[in-house]
Design a protein around this ligand. Sequence first.
Ligand code: EPZ
Length: 420
Amino acid sequence: MKEVLWIEGGHPLKGTLRVSGSKNATLPLLAATLLTEEACVLEGIPDVQDVRMFLALIEHLGGRVSYDPACGRVCIEAKNVSSQTPPEEVVKRMRASVLTMGSLLARLGVVEVSLPGGCAIGRRPIDQHLKGFEALGAKVALQNGHVRLQASGLTGHGVRFAVPTVTGTENLLMAASLANGVTTIENAALEPEVAELCTALQKMGVDIEGKGTSKITVCGKKRLGGFVHRVCRDRIEAATYLIVSALAGEDVVLEGVPLEHMSAVVDVLGEAGVQIEAEDGRVRTFAGGDLNPCRVRTAPYPGFPTDVQAQLMVLLTKANGASLIEENIFENRLMHAEELRRMGAAIEVESPLARVLGPCKLQGTRVLATDLRASACLVLAGLVAGGETLIEGLHHLDRGYERMEEKLRSVGARVERIKA
Ligand code: EPZ
């Protein structure tokens, strides 16, 4: 039986929402545990499907995992990593498994991964990852949908990315950590999750300079130690709930908001007329006021994150006038506009542009989620739509949002997961 999310819109939300640990910080940190034989401990990780799948992948590769989802703590000992091939079905279902390439290549000298292929939001190539591995001396062979990387020892080298790729930068950081000599990564991604991986690698004994900048220098080591690390809070989940509060909040307080990583989101919400009051990680927004239309372009960090674009689109259906959203990161990440149109939104799409006319009253209906952030966008729409909304495609939502229904019900939302 398929599960769908039932939402009855129009209920004002009151209470406190706590932000969970960052999924996109946790996944590379899990990959980094494969670089060492020693025990690594991660605390504050979110209990979401992508994390659970990654832990199962580490066990498949030979690692020992003891995970306590209730307290978000996992201890990993990758002493006996042997298999160098992440299972095909995992790679297909969780693109983030490409993050094991850097560690397995560095640790075992060989890795074979089925090409993750595209997904709903775009082609998602990994050419820059492969170019980087070649620069460090790996032989790259592509055959029938697989890529095989081989290197009898990696040698540090200069790498310059054509685009600032987040997981590409993370993969190269991990490969460089066990390479012989110095690697310089230029046009590195600036996302906070990359800097957090650098922090963990430094705890493991890697010398890294330029953390948090677009030029990172890594001096590889022969052996690395373990680490203990508490994962930062999820800036994308926090942005999602900030918009929930702006849309449907009567008096909602968010706790654990990593505001220092969210200036582009805060600026755009401010421009839209959302009043935000913040002190040491506790944030309150005041809805009710009129919302202004905006022009927003998604961009690599510190620009407006593509992962918040779908959620912002719902907010802008309430603005007085025409807003313009330009999606510059992924070539097909405007599909949620179609579902919002079926709920009555007035949105014209001419990729990469979406023109959102407001204010407009959304009406609940049956909708289909196409990717992780599109599913969050449909939940937001259901919370403010008239009547009932049924959302299919919940596997997307479960990949990246920890206990979303529970959190929303705790502030008064009428939302249930039902068997359809
Ligand atoms: C990471 O994906 C995130 N995933 C994505 O979050 C996020 O949307 C994305 O970064 C952009 O911020 C994780 O961190 C696990 P990229 P990633 O490589 O690394 C092009 C979510 O919702 N590119 O930075 O795969 C690519 O096509 C997910 O949590 C190449 O051309 O994204 C895209 O246009 C979705 N060649 C751009 O770069 C390459 O080799 C940015 O992609 C690699 C990327």
